[in-house]
Structure formats: C-alpha cells, structure tokens
Design a protein around this ligand. Structure first.
Ligand SMILES: C[S@@+](CC[C@H](N)C(=O)[O-])C[C@H]1O[C@@H](n2cnc3c(N)ncnc32)[C@H](O)[C@@H]1O
Length: 270
C-alpha cells in the first residue's frame, strides 16, 4: 500500500510559489465556475498561496470560504493574498484532506486543485471531501497529468527529467499521472454523478517559455523536490544541474512550446 507523503513533493520554495501564484480561477478552475453563485459556502483543500482561493471567494461572497493546507508556512502567504484583496469572507486552517476536521454536510462546494496527485490515498481524500459536502453540492478536483505533458523541441535530458519526476513523486507516495485517474478515483470514492473534462495550460510566448523553463530549472536544483531526488538516491546534484541547464537552453528556443493537460471531475453529491 502506498505511504502517505510526509513531505509535499515540491515544498514551497520560491521557484514553486512562482508557479502557484500565477494561478487564477479562470486559468485553473474554469470547469467549476458555472456552479458558483453568491452565498455558497466553499472549502478549498490544499489551497497553497491562495490565489485561486481568493478568486473563488470573490465569486461566492457573501458565502464563506474555508481554505486549508497541511503547510502553515504557505497558509501565511494565502492569508496575505486574501488580505491584499480586501476579502473578508475567507478563513484559513491547517488540515489534511485525508482527515478533515469538519462536521458532515458543512459546505456547498469542496474544491481541490493539484492536490490529489500528492496524497497517498486520493480515494480516501475524495470520500472525505464528499462527507463534508452537503447533498446537492459539488466536489470538484483538477489535477495535471505528467505522463501527458508534451513539449517541442524534444530534448533527451528533459525526457530524463520527466522520468526522474515520476520516480521521486511516486517514492514520496504521490501519483503524477493523476489527471487520467480522477474519474476512476471518483467512482471508487462512491460518486455516481461525475462530469469529466480536460483542459490544458500552454506556454509558448517568449515570456511564458522563460517563466516555465526558469521555474523548473530552479525547482530542479533548489526545492524540496531536489532534496528528495538526491536523498532518495534517484539523482546526483550534478545530474540535477544538467537537467536545469537543459530547461534553460530549451527556454531560449523561439519555436518552443509546452502543454500541460489536466483532468477535471465535477462530482454531484446525492
Ligand atoms: C500543487 S500545490 C496546489 C496549491 C493550490 N491549490 C494551487 O493550485 O495553487 C499542492 C498543495 O497541497 C498541499 N497538500 C499536500 N498534501 C496535502 C494534504 N494531505 N492535505 C491538504 N493539503 C495538502 C501542499 O502543501 C500544497 O500547498
């Protein structure tokens, strides 16, 4: 049986937050927006630095938003995000999605973006999300699918990056190819009314390429992921440096583009 990760694979190094703080409800939760209206109570699990949370909070106000994460460090950033935007309907708490400290039927919408890929028991997590969701409410999850990432031009070292990422994330109890599994996980969790969709991020402008390749280059050498790779015996620091250099070189190519597909499930609670 897979162990629950003791450490979030990426950690919250600046190179990781550079990606998370770019996220909005529009670019990361569009599949959910048609379900939202003022007055709904929403739980955002694994909220990270809270930029998606803040957008969702503005859409459901005066409904209450509760945002939880296992990391107190990143919750401090999420609190700051909400305060900067003047949001008064959001509260924050440390919580593990696999054992939520909320009564049954507490929320109208329970949302998780790129979280289930990092937990040891994603089906149990979805059951917990359903437990705290009111009948008639929605459990919404979106996860990327590393095995479906596609990029051009090809680089053998970047193929090695993807293979290494799979090994490190799985050794840490996660499942990087989560997007394709969300529907099956939702069914295993007992959901019978599930809408499944797929959307992708695309990085192809000079700015997007520089940003995406730069954050992966830095993440590969300086984040918790780098430490897990080395401490787990999956790569040496020299190999990580070679991968980072390949990312930077790839990012300079004027014809380069990168696609990041995500699976999405909207599960109606009966
Ligand atoms: C990829 S980040 C996504 C953050 C945010 N949802 C976003 O998309 O910007 C995953 C987040 O899930 C949190 N996390 C990991 N395992 C968790 C768990 N078992 N319960 C709650 N949060 C968890 C991590 O600390 C991290 O902040």
């Amino acid at each position: 049986m897979t162990q629950q990760p003791v450490v979030y694979t990426h950690g919250h190094h600046e190179s990781v937050l550079r990606s998370h703080t770019w996220r909005t409800a529009a670019n990361s939760a569009a599949y959910l927006l048609g379900e939202l209206r003022p007055g709904l109570d929403l739980l955002d699990v694994g909220c990270g630095p809270g930029t998606i949370t803040a957008d969702l909070a503005a859409l459901v106000a005066p409904g209450r938003v509760t945002a939880v994460d296992t990391s107190e460090e990143v919750l401090a950033k999420a609190r700051a995000t909400a305060a900067e935007r003047g949001l008064e309907n959001v509260e924050f708490a440390v919580a593990d999605v696999q054992a939520l400290d909320f009564p049954d039927d507490s929320f109208d919408v329970v949302h998780a973006h790129q979280v289930l890929q990092h937990v040891g028991d994603p089906v149990g997590a979805l059951r917990e999300m359903r437990r705290v969701c009111r009948p008639g409410g929605i459990v919404a999850a979106r996860d990327s699918d590393y095995g479906a990432f596609a990029w051009y031009p090809e680089r053998p070292v970047l193929d090695g990056w993807l293979e290494l990422y799979h090994r490190v994330a799985r050794a840490n109890g996660g499942e990087p190819d989560a997007g394709r599994r969300l529907f099956a996980w939702a069914r295993s969790a007992g959901f019978t009314d599930v809408a499944v969709t797929t959307t992708a991020w695309t990085f192809a402008t000079p700015e997007e390429r520089a940003w995406w390749s730069g954050l992966w280059a830095d993440r590969t050498t300086a984040s918790s992921y780098a430490d897990l790779a080395v401490e787990g015996g999956h790569a040496t620091r020299a190999e990580l440096a070679e991968i980072a250099a390949a990312w930077r070189e790839w990012g300079t190519r004027e014809d380069a583009s990168f696609m990041v597909p995500h699976g999405e499930v909207l599960c109606r609670v009966s």
